[in-house]
Design a protein. Structure first.
Length: 161
């Protein structure tokens, strides 16, 4: 099979997700949009789609992985970056993590004591690291091994916690 364009991969991903949504008996619209030169987003919108997101986005992560695997299968292994989002969950998650991280950073600055967060996905850890990078006086470090990898926020002076 010849190489598929990003648009063709997006169309394949959309068809796959539409079929899955239909089989689950959910009513939703599925659309694709190019979000970067090499990234396509499959956006699922509708009511009552919580089952597609799951606790902490775990079902959404699995849906995205299934979609990528499907596209790789039909392209013979080729796959550009494909993201799946349900009801704007990803943007809401980033905003919530940024607010949470700012609150924890404020606690660390006030107490001078490091604070460990719960284990989280690599994508969520990146949001935390990026958020803290913009805050003076606090640094981050990742500890542990996946899937239990977590972040510690600490004062720049290295406070212990």
């Amino acid at each position: 099979m010849g190489e598929m364009t990003l648009q063709e991969q997006g169309d394949a991903a959309r068809i796959f997700v539409e079929g899955l949504v239909e089989r689950l008996g959910l009513r939703a619209s599925v659309a694709i949009r190019t979000t970067a030169e090499d990234t396509v987003s499959v956006d699922v919108d509708g009511e009552g789609l919580g089952t597609l997101v799951g606790p902490g986005g775990t079902t959404l992560a699995a849906l995205q992985e299934l979609t990528r695997t499907y596209v790789q299968k039909i392209t013979g292994g080729q796959s550009d970056r494909i993201l799946v989002d349900v009801a704007g969950y990803r943007a809401k998650r980033v905003e919530a993590l940024q607010r949470f991280t700012q609150g924890v950073a404020d606690e660390v600055l006030a107490s001078g004591t490091a604070k460990a967060l719960e284990p989280m996905s690599a994508a969520d850890r990146k949001v935390v690291h990026d958020t803290v990078n913009a805050i003076d006086g606090v640094v981050t470090r990742s500890e542990g091994e996946d899937p239990r990898r977590y972040i510690v926020l600490a004062p720049v002076d290295g406070g212990q916690g």
